[in-house]
Design a binder for this molecule. Structure first.
Ligand code: SAM
Length: 228
């Protein structure tokens, strides 16, 4: 069969429609032919801005949930953080380890080491509970099975990884109360909903930066947990 050179419109969404159960594994497998839509070849610009605004701190531990191809994790590491990064996709984790070990042009540019692990945010290792100064996710919540129960469970687990006095950070798509939710991923979230769920876990909104591109509002939100 000839290799298809051009990916059909919204092929990731179509895979989800066909079978939401294992669509992420199929995304990574198929991307051997087509480009992964979130492979920007660099860390998220909103994270890079956040790193510029925040001082280098080599003692702080970061957990990057749903690390994808690892660019955000590597940016944290380059900034001096000790980084653990995980993804539910073993193919993604293998790719990160491969790049990190310097087996490609991307890897050669990666100087800092990150501990990459395969794990499911919905059934995370108990050892990560309250272990991290900064817990970060970018675009993981938006690809979960549903934007309500599963998202709440995922957010609850993310909160659980944060040490007292630590920070939970998300880069996600926002919608207003009157904008309807998508019928399939990427999900968009209401700020009020994210504030309510995290407040129930003892967090307060610390920082709220938004950026609108191509009609989509993305936000970097950081929530802090009280130190007690
Ligand atoms: C849209 S990608 C974003 C990747 C990366 N954070 C970035 O910004 O480039 C979402 C990632 O979340 C991962 N993911 C989805 N559900 C997950 C889960 N339950 N536990 C861990 N990772 C998950 C996917 O495999 C995918 O790599």
């Amino acid at each position: 069969m000839a290799k298809i050179e051009v990916a059909p419109e919204n092929w990731v969404g179509r895979l989800w429609t066909d079978n939401p159960d294992d669509w992420l594994e199929r995304v990574y497998a198929i991307a051997a032919s087509w480009r992964i839509p979130w492979d920007d070849g660099q860390a998220h610009p909103m994270l890079l801005d956040w790193l510029k605004r925040n001082p280098l701190d080599t003692s702080r531990k970061v957990l990057d949930a749903g690390c994808g191809l690892g660019y955000n994790a590597e940016a944290f590491a380059a900034h001096g953080f000790k980084v653990t990064a995980f993804d539910v996709s073993s193919s993604a984790v293998e790719t990160c380890r491969f790049y990190s070990a310097g087996h490609s042009a991307v890897g050669a540019a990666r100087r800092k080491s990150v501990s990459y692990q395969q794990a499911d945010l919905l059934a995370p290792p108990v050892r990560w509970r309250r272990r991290f100064d900064v817990v970060f996710e970018a675009a993981l919540l938006q690809v979960l099975a549903d934007p309500k129960e599963t998202m709440q469970r995922a957010l609850h687990n993310l909160c659980g990884f944060v040490k007292p006095g630590g920070t939970l950070m998300t880069i996600c798509r926002l919608r207003t109360r009157t904008t309807p939710q998508n019928r399939r991923p990427p999900w968009h979230f209401e700020l009020a909903e994210l504030r309510r769920i995290t407040a129930d876990e003892g967090f307060v909104l610390q920082e709220h930066v938004t950026r609108k591109t191509a009609g989509v509002t993305r936000a970097l939100l950081s929530f802090s947990r009280s130190s007690s």
